[in-house]
Design a protein around this ligand. Structure first.
Ligand SMILES: [Mn+2]
Length: 325
């Protein structure tokens, strides 16, 4: 299955010279790290490579090698031979500008989301892969290009972040072996940890104080939710991505099987992050019901309505799933 798709992608790389790398909006480390890894390899092979993300690079990920090359604008006149997308489950998640941009010959979709819609001409999807970066590495290994320290760092970061520092259930032998190999190629775990987990702005902790005030449990404490209000971000003048990992706090409680994190986009519109713990609840199904998707234990969607309404609808769906276990 996948090998054939990888072969097709390798042929596209060999036969063409002008590439665009892009990844999902509000990019996380796996999205940016995966495309930076492949794009860097192609540049070392002498190919012309542009990087694009509508939202650019969040300050917290500026340490990723070559992230300064990521552009926030697409030139509608510019033609690319091949576009690679990383970590995006559907084409809409690449942003409206890219959705409308048709000035390329081939689209190669590289991802590990179980809900991926296979929107590319070539689709390299491995739902069992610990990160999209690890799928990209399979591709890079087939190229006539050494795994340099900057490529290794990008891939290593995708493994650390998508496995929750090798703590989630997607932490398998492959994840640990690949991480070890990336360290062998020059990735530095101490530097990466310091950049990822010990470089936060002070406002992050002040924001966490506010968000934890919203913490609620279901009566049986198998479900917990927290809420980020738009006004909290404005008050502290911090970007949204700073608050992304707050979901780990409700999830850290022993009794909690499902944790929900409601992030207000604007009045009446919320982004939901849903996480499950243990093997029993597939939150990608719950998020698919609301028009989103993702992974078995980590998914997301956008829901409209008042906060109370949105919380109630999600709690209903989660309760149905929890009744079955
Ligand atoms: Mn990912």
């Amino acid at each position: 299955m996948m090998n054939k798709d990888i072969e097709r992608a390798i042929t596209l790389i060999e036969k063409n010279s002008d590439f665009l790398m892009t990844c999902h909006v509000s990019p996380d480390a796996d999205a940016l790290g995966s495309v930076l890894a492949l794009g860097t390899a192609l540049r070392k092979m002498g190919k012309k490579v542009d990087f694009y993300n509508k939202d650019g690079v969040p300050a917290s990920l500026e340490f990723l090698p070559h992230s300064n090359l990521v552009q926030k604008k697409l030139d509608p006149q510019r033609h690319y031979d091949v576009v690679f997308t990383g970590d995006s489950g559907d084409i809409e998640r690449l942003g409206k500008d890219f959705f409308e941009f048709k000035n390329y010959d081939y689209l190669v979709n590289v991802d590990h989301h179980i809900t991926n819609t296979r929107f590319g001409h070539v689709n390299i999807i491995d739902a069992a892969a610990p990160s999209t970066g690890s799928v990209m590495l399979k591709l890079i290994e087939q190229l006539q290009c050494p795994i340099t320290a900057d490529i290794a760092t990008c891939v290593y970061v995708t493994l650390v972040t998508d496995t929750g520092s090798f703590q989630y259930r997607n932490t398998n032998e492959e994840a640990l072996l690949l991480a070890g190999r990336m360290v062998g190629c020059g990735a530095n775990p101490g530097d990466v940890s310091e950049n990822l987990f010990f470089s936060f702005p002070a406002e992050k902790l002040l924001l966490l104080k506010k968000v934890l005030n919203s913490l609620e449990f279901s009566p049986d404490k198998r479900y917990a939710n927290i809420v980020l209000r738009e006004s909290d971000l404005k008050d502290l003048n911090v970007p949204r991505d700073v608050a992304e990992d707050f979901i780990d706090h409700p999830r850290s409680i022993k009794s909690v099987r499902v944790a929900a994190y409601f992030k207000e986009v604007h009045a009446g519109k919320f982004k939901l992050s849903l996480r499950s713990k243990g093997p029993d609840v597939d939150v990608s199904k719950i998020c698919s019901f609301f028009g989103g998707g993702g992974h078995y234990a980590a998914s997301g969607c956008v829901i409209e309505g008042s906060l109370e309404e949105v919380k109630r609808r999600v709690f209903e769906k989660v309760s149905e799933a929890l009744l079955r276990i």
